[in-house]
Design a protein around this ligand. Structure first.
Ligand code: PGA
Length: 235
């Protein structure tokens, strides 16, 4: 399976920095080509400028979220069909920041993923336990329950992102990652599994060696082209 490296830019940057970052990645792909699939997920307003930069490259783009509805009176929301219209191929759904800040449940996430699939996008569905659940020994149960409820039938990608590892510099041990990925691989045997949470150029190769890790979802480190490309090269 071709490894997949996804950059989640979150709510960062300006139009100029988004355009420059995309252009730098294209230059890296030209000068230091990688065989892996590289995807960036900029903020919605910058999808257009990023798409223009990446169009003639092998790099792909996606969004950080989509609506659970097709169209209509949903002020401020963006539909999966609109993202498809912007030539997105992927959309992240169920990121822990959306779950906590947007009060999203597994049910909402399932609906979003279904809308993404119906629009012809590949949803990257995020799952992960919080610190309390980890400390109580419930991590596997929590993640499997999220997988059971939030993942529709179809061509989805799963991203295991322990909440306590996101943006904290804390990375689970290889055996903690392996335990969760093993359980997910057993439950959803055909779906690619990404790991996310404090991935850097310095730890990417080690994480990618863990069985059932098919790629990485990268937050902070995806905002720096050289660092992000080093992660792609590690894959
Ligand atoms: P991080 O974020 O790499 O900055 O920890 C990962 C994510 O939120 O997808």
């Amino acid at each position: 399976m071709n490894k997949l490296i996804v950059g989640n830019w979150k709510m960062n940057g300006t139009m100029t920095s988004a355009r420059n970052l995309a252009a730098e990645l294209v230059t890296f792909q030209k000068n230091k080509p990688v065989q892996v699939t590289v995807v960036v997920c900029p903020p919605y307003p910058y999808l257009g400028v990023v798409a223009l930069r990446l169009m003639d490259s092998s790099l792909r783009w996606g969004a950080q979220d989509c609506a659970a509805h097709e169209n209509g009176a949903f002020t401020g929301q963006v539909s999966a069909a609109m993202l498809k219209d912007m030539s997105c191929q992927y959309v992240i759904v169920g990121h822990s920041e959306r779950r906590s800040q947007g009060n999203e449940t597994d049910e909402h996430i399932l609906q979003k993923a279904q809308k993404a699939l119906a629009a012809g996008l590949t949803p990257i569905i995020c799952l992960g336990e919080n610190l309390q659940e980890r400390e109580q020994g419930k991590a596997v149960d929590v993640v499997l329950s999220q997988a059971q409820q939030a993942i529709p039938e179809g061509k989805c990608i799963i991203a295991y992102e322990p909440v306590w590892a996101i943006g904290t510099g804390k990375v689970p041990t290889a055996s903690q990652i392996e335990e969760i990925h093993q359980a997910l691989a057993k439950k959803k045997p055909v779906l690619p599994l990404l790991y996310g949470g404090s991935v850097k150029a310095g730890n990417a190769a080690e994480i990618l060696k863990i069985p059932h890790v098919n790629g990485l979802l990268v937050g902070g480190a995806s905002l720096n082209a050289a660092e992000f490309w080093a992660i792609a090269e590690a894959a």
